[in-house]
Design a protein around this ligand. Structure first.
Ligand code: BGC
Length: 453
């Protein structure tokens, strides 16, 4: 069986974070309010009333965080740019002080040999745009493209590849359908236009990035779906869930059409949101790569109550993370070979842009080491089976603000953060990841190939 050390030469090693989860400094240097500032102020919305107002204070402590990354020997760092820092109301001219933060960050990363991989939207929409309808408003897609161009004009001379959106599935479902993330709207299936407007935003921004000679990716949260039984009802439910979670966000990008959404009471126009020509805009710029965020598979059964066409079940008899998510490393292999089988030559090279787990451990995080090593072995198996995977960015560099779970609930970092003092302490997984990268690189060099800087 192939293992993680068999990953190909040139394979890129990284870590991932997101702006609202680490930066803090929500009122500094002209940053405007985001939907997460509003949502976290809502009583009961976030565990223990936590907010990202300080988070990991990365806005001030970024040199220390870059030193930690340097210590890992990374090839790349995936972070997100806070739209409300760059355009405080989501429209109009740049806020120079906000953009300057990312300019300094990019230069410092390059200075230590780490390639920046920015995500333009990781859920922190400027509140002013939400007040105008947020992603239910088609205009937000056009505002996003303008913002993307402003950022690329400033950083594109040094940043070769860009991720447009993070996990439009999670933002649509948690943020607009269920209301458990910002902006906290509980529209259920009436949220479907949010999916289309994000994909339209991707397409419009991708064209502008491409015009500037830049590579374009998008990060989708994907899950292999397993039916609870081979009964026709369970199979139909699993198919419906697969359509909603996986195909809704990948078919338009790779095949130029929406999947059959009849199980969700809509045709391919997503409640009238899709206009003629939109799918051409979404696919106008082929993806340089597909970002895949993988955490766990999903087991699905036929619904037991009216409403959605599926029930979500737990996967028994496997370990579970602190979040209660089942640990199934082979799910990653399954997901990747399934993507290859489904999309064939339409599938661009894949980069794993998130994978990791929350644990209750302190710094002796053997659960995380087991999780990461098993997932990387599964990844190497998928590569050996012919899937083109170019890199792996683990979630996350440091413990951070885990959305509705707040600051202390779910720790995903290779580095422990004491949120009272902001003291960073590398965990055992930090040393493990550092050594893995070094050994892999040495092995590739010995075999005569040289990995990318
Ligand atoms: C998100 C991250 C989040 C992680 C763990 C992903 O869905 O992109 O922001 O922290 O999962 O929940």
């Amino acid at each position: 069986m192939p293992d993680r050390f068999d990953l190909p030469a040139g394979f890129r090693w990284g870590v991932a974070t997101a702006a609202y989860q680490i930066e803090g400094a929500v009122d500094e240097d002209g940053r405007g309010p985001s939907i997460w500032d509003t949502f976290t102020a809502r009583p009961g919305a976030v565990r223990d009333g936590h907010t990202g107002a300080v988070a990991c204070d990365h806005y001030h402590r970024w040199p220390e965080d870059i030193a930690l990354m340097r210590g890992l020997g990374l090839d790349g760092y995936r972070f997100s740019i806070a739209w409300p820092r760059v355009q405080p109301t989501g429209a109009g001219p740049v806020n120079p002080a906000g953009l300057a933060f990312y300019d300094r960050l990019v230069d410092a990363l390059l200075g230590v040999g780490i390639t920046p991989l920015p995500t333009l939207f990781h859920w922190d929409l400027p509140q002013a745009l939400e007040d105008a309808g947020g992603w239910l408003n088609r205009g937000t897609a056009y505002r996003f493209a303008e913002y993307a161009a402003l950022v690329a004009d400033r950083l594109g001379d040094r940043v070769p590849a860009w991720i447009t959106l993070n996990e439009p599935f999670v933002h649509t479902v948690y943020g607009y359908a269920m209301g458990i993330h910002a902006p906290g709207r509980a529209l259920m299936l009436d949220a479907l236009p949010v999916a289309h407007h994000q994909l339209l935003a991707h397409g419009l921004a991708a064209s502008l990035l491409h015009e500037r000679g830049l590579d374009v990716l998008i990060s989708n949260n994907l899950t292999p779906v397993e039916p609870a039984s081979p009964s026709p009802a369970d199979l139909a439910a699993a198919d419906a869930y697969d359509t909603l979670h996986n195909r809704l966000f990948t078919d338009p990008l790779l095949l130029g059409r929406y999947p059959d959404l009849s199980a969700f009471g809509t045709g391919p126009d997503l409640h009238g949101a899709v206009r003629p020509g939109d799918l051409d805009l979404i696919t106008a710029t082929p993806l340089t790569g597909l970002g895949v965020n993988y955490y766990n598979p999903t087991r699905i059964a036929a619904p037991t109550a009216p409403g959605l066409p599926f029930d979500l079940l737990d996967i028994p008899d496997v370990p579970h993370t602190a979040f209660g998510w089942p640990v199934v490393p082979d799910g990653l292999r399954n997901l990747l070979t399934g993507l290859r089988d489904r999309y064939g030559t339409a599938l661009p090279p894949v980069t794993i842009t998130e994978n990791g787990c929350s644990t209750t451990e302190d710094v002796d995080d053997t659960f995380r080491i087991d999780y990461l090593s098993a997932h990387l072995d599964a990844l190497a198996t998928a590569v050996a089976e012919g899937v083109d995977v170019r890199g792996y960015y683990t979630w996350s560099l440091i413990d951070n603000f885990e959305w509705a779970e707040g600051l202390f609930g779910q720790r995903f970092g290779l580095v422990h953060v004491d949120f009272a003092t902001q003291r960073r302490t590398p965990k055992a997984s930090y040393a493990w990841y550092r050594d893995l990268i070094a050994v892999h690189r040495a092995r590739c060099a010995k075999e005569g190939s040289v990995t990318s800087p």
